[in-house]
Design a protein around this ligand. Structure first.
Ligand code: HEM
Length: 514
């Protein structure tokens, strides 16, 4: 009996030893992923404290130490940052399909009716369908041509306003012009009062959009440490977001009602082209809003929320970005009189006594195009592009990029990368003369519009507006600083789009050939 017990105990021990041995040989857990290098993380917040006020600059500094492919933990969110052309190519081309979704952030989700739009929608059938609709109804060459007269009229109006009041807040003026053009193209008329504010300051829907920008660039705990999301209520951010959402929603409702009301319907049907002095009704056939409502009526699954969310994309994309490029281009031209003179000579030499620059002339301005590229290289308007999220795990340069990782491509840092650019801090448009490097998403050292599946669909509209506005500003006026000012500061404001911190105030002197 005792022998049997000893034998059983021995067999049990043998079994346990074998089990332990085998479980050691066959690891039950996957090996830890080999993540790209990055700074040391703190408990709970990870690397959140390293983002600073201007994340594109802080991340650029960090990438100097940790390399162009860097891994951070922002709160509990795994994040990879690409800061060179090669690293960007990996995410926007080689692994574009694996990394072309968008994270659902607090503000973008709310303002896009739960990601019912194009810009913040996750990758999938809904995004594909809405993007296609937008490309046909707003971004196609046909539509861009249709809106040409609106752009030319609004830029001419801007030039006349400046001639009347030569002490100009160019930042506000440009924002108003691009907002007016977007409103007239997409909604059929202007929607705010230009002259209500001082010195070109905007009022009405424009103010709402400024707040929208602040919300999209604002910090929400819920986006990084979900367990602390309740702090967003205490900081007042939730209430601000809700107020902004309600303001935008009432604006969309007004526009929709106007487009559905019989008077507007008649105006649209008869395709009137009445440009009134007040700019209150300026329909030119079907505008984008009419088209979206038509599609919504025909396709049951396109909701009113989809329509409103797409409008938000068009407004944000259309107003803020192009004006930022002109703002920084003029800033750099003021700091570089040689370049200013050369650009003015080109425009004035080709346009001569015509009195204004029209869109048909833009292809002839080779140097001006270089100025625009150089301004976008040094001042990428959306410095971290729009954040992406990986859908699959994949490898980059031997490092693991897990699924669900947030991807930030630092276009601002790439534009200043010594590996891609000679003397990157210098504003030197000549670097593009005779170079094939372009902004259209093929040359990863210059990607102000992003690249790959999510590339900006409004690139063509944006570029035309920037070139038209800049060419007219350079043609019509000589520019100086206000009295007592010797130089222009270069500080950037906080936000998704990087504007100047202080408005660009300049004095315009009318130029004429005779
Ligand atoms: C100079 C002008 C502009 C610049 C620099 C710019 C920049 C960008 C960037 C960087 C992205 C993100 C690309 C990515 O994720 O890879 C983007 C996306 C987008 N932009 Fe623009 N943009 C401009 C003009 C416009 C205009 C005029 C519109 C519309 C009227 C517009 C509408 C959009 C939309 C809807 C998206 C989202 C695309 C998607 O996620 O599929 N943009 N833009």
């Amino acid at each position: 009996m005792a022998l049997t017990i000893i034998l059983l105990a021995y067999l049990l021990l043998l079994f346990i030893s074998l089990f332990l041995l085998l479980s050691n040989l066959i690891p039950s857990r996957k090996p830890a992923p080999k993540l790209p290098p990055g700074p040391r993380k703190l408990p709970i917040i990870g690397n959140l404290h390293r983002l600073g006020k201007l994340p594109h600059r802080s991340l650029h500094e960090l990438s100097r130490k940790h390399g162009p492919l860097m891994f951070l933990k922002l709160g509990s969110v795994p994040t990879v940052v690409a800061s060179s052309a090669d690293a960007a190519r990996e995410f926007l081309k080689t692994h574009d399909l694996d990394s072309c979704s968008r994270p659902a952030l607090t503000s973008s989700s709310r303002l896009s009716y739960g990601c019912s739009d194009v810009g913040f929608s996750p990758y999938g059938p809904q995004w594909r369908e809405l993007r296609k609709i937008c490309i046909v109804e707003f971004f196609s060459t046909k539509r861009v041509m249709m809106f040409q007269s609106i752009r030319e009229e609004e830029v001419e109006r801007m030039i006349n306003n400046i001639a009347a009041k030569p002490d100009v807040n160019l930042s506000a003026t440009m924002l108003s012009v691009s907002n007016d053009i977007t409103c007239r193209s997409a909604l059929g008329r202007r929607y705010y009062d230009h002259d209500g504010g001082a010195a070109g300051e905007a009022t009405g829907v424009h103010e709402i959009l400024v707040e929208t920008q602040a919300m999209l660039g604002g910090f929400f705990f819920a986006d990084y440490i979900p367990a602390l999301g309740w702090l967003d209520v205490l900081t007042g951010m939730r209430a601000r977001l809700q107020k902004n959402f309600s303001d935008l929603d009432s604006f969309y409702e007004t526009v929709i009602q106007e487009h559905m009301s019989p008077t507007t319907a008649t105006a649209t049907a008869t395709a009137t082209a009445t440009a009134t002095a007040t700019g209150k009704l300026q329909h030119r056939g079907e505008d984008t809003m009419d088209a979206l409502l038509r599609i919504q009526k025909d396709a049951n699954h396109i909701t009113k929320e989809n329509v409103k969310a797409i409008l938000m994309n068009i407004f944000l994309g259309g107003s803020d970005t192009s004006s930022t490029v002109v703002e920084w281009a003029m800033t750099e031209l003021m700091r570089n009189p040689r370049v200013m003179k050369k650009a003015q000579e080109e425009v004035r030499g080709l346009v001569r006594t015509k009195g204004k620059v029209e869109e048909s002339e833009l292809p002839r301005f080779r140097y001006l195009k270089c100025v625009v590229k150089e301004a976008m290289r040094l001042h990428a308007p959306v410095p971290l592009l729009v954040h992406r999220e990986t859908m699959q795990a994949f490898k980059v340069n031997g490092f693991d990029i897990p699924a669900g990782t947030r991807v930030m491509v630092n276009a601002w840092a790439i534009g200043r990368d010594e590996g891609s650019w000679e003397k990157p801090e210098e504003f030197n448009p000549e670097r593009f003369m005779g170079s094939s490097v372009d902004v259209r998403g093929h040359d990863f050292e210059l990607i102000p519009f992003g690249a790959g599946r999510r590339i900006c669909p409004g690139m063509h509209i944006g570029l035309v507006l920037v070139e038209l506005a800049l060419a007219n500003l350079l043609y019509a006026f000589d520019w100086g600083l206000p009295e007592g000012r010797e130089e222009i500061d270069m500080e950037e404001a906080v936000g998704v789009t990087t504007h100047r911190k202080s408005a660009l105030r300049l004095i315009a002197t009318k130029w004429s050939l005779v």
